[in-house]
Design a binder for this molecule. Sequence first.
Ligand code: ADP
Ligand code: ADP
Length: 227
Amino acid sequence: MIRIDSVTKRYPDGTVAVDRLSLDIPDRAITVLVGPSGCGKTTTLRMINRMVEPTEGGILLDGTDIRQQPVNTLRRSMGYVIQNAGLFQHRTILDNIATVPRLLGTPKKEARVRAAELMERVGLDAALAKRYPYQLSGGQQQRVGVARALAADPPVLLMDEPFSAVDPVVRKGLQDELLRIQDELGKTIVFVTHDIDEAIKLGTMVAVLRTGGRLAQFAPPADLLSA
Ligand code: ADP
Ligand code: ADP
């Protein structure tokens, strides 16, 4: 479990992005952080993998403060997916995915086999393996982003508005795929969105943040009070 324990983030310019936030993020479920732009969702997500350090409070992973392990070890246990996928533009789709296991020391051939399996898992046609990111649609690129995040087989996936830039029909396909992947692989997923419908569809638990970085509600979708 990821425990966010009374965390505050104040940026150097004085902006309080997150204000005394406490959340217990359950294992093997999708926890959605939802709220209006600027309410601290991205900041919260980035504190979980230490791209941002809290000003006060702490984050525990299975009972241990995340500052007690090397940051690289922590990040290896957490796949990170962002809007527009952030793919390596000069590498093929297969290489984009295989790079991660390669960096972790998996032999080249094995890494490529694994990448091909992951393409299938996220619903990408094998014929796309040799293409470059610019030759794929936005939705296909997001699938590559998800496959790459899964490549190291991390127990945790951090996803920051991963489907916001694609059209509604494609988005629905990606959401369904994510639910299927979650079901099959049992990942712990923290998913950021500003779209309440997406939060309700995907969330096992939904954390509603409000402007100023405070927690308004934390409940399963069926128990959310309309705001
Ligand atoms: P969200 O993801 O909900 O849109 P963010 O976490 O990106 O919210 O931002 C929360 C608040 O912190 C916003 O007011 C934003 O402008 C501010 N903020 C984010 N990053 C920085 C930064 N590096 N320096 C100063 N303020 C920041
Ligand atoms: P996101 O949707 O991820 O929040 P943004 O476009 O809001 O994307 O922010 C892009 C980058 O700018 C992030 O690294 C964020 O931390 C930083 N940022 C956001 N708001 C501010 C701000 N008010 N001052 C400085 N940096 C900011």
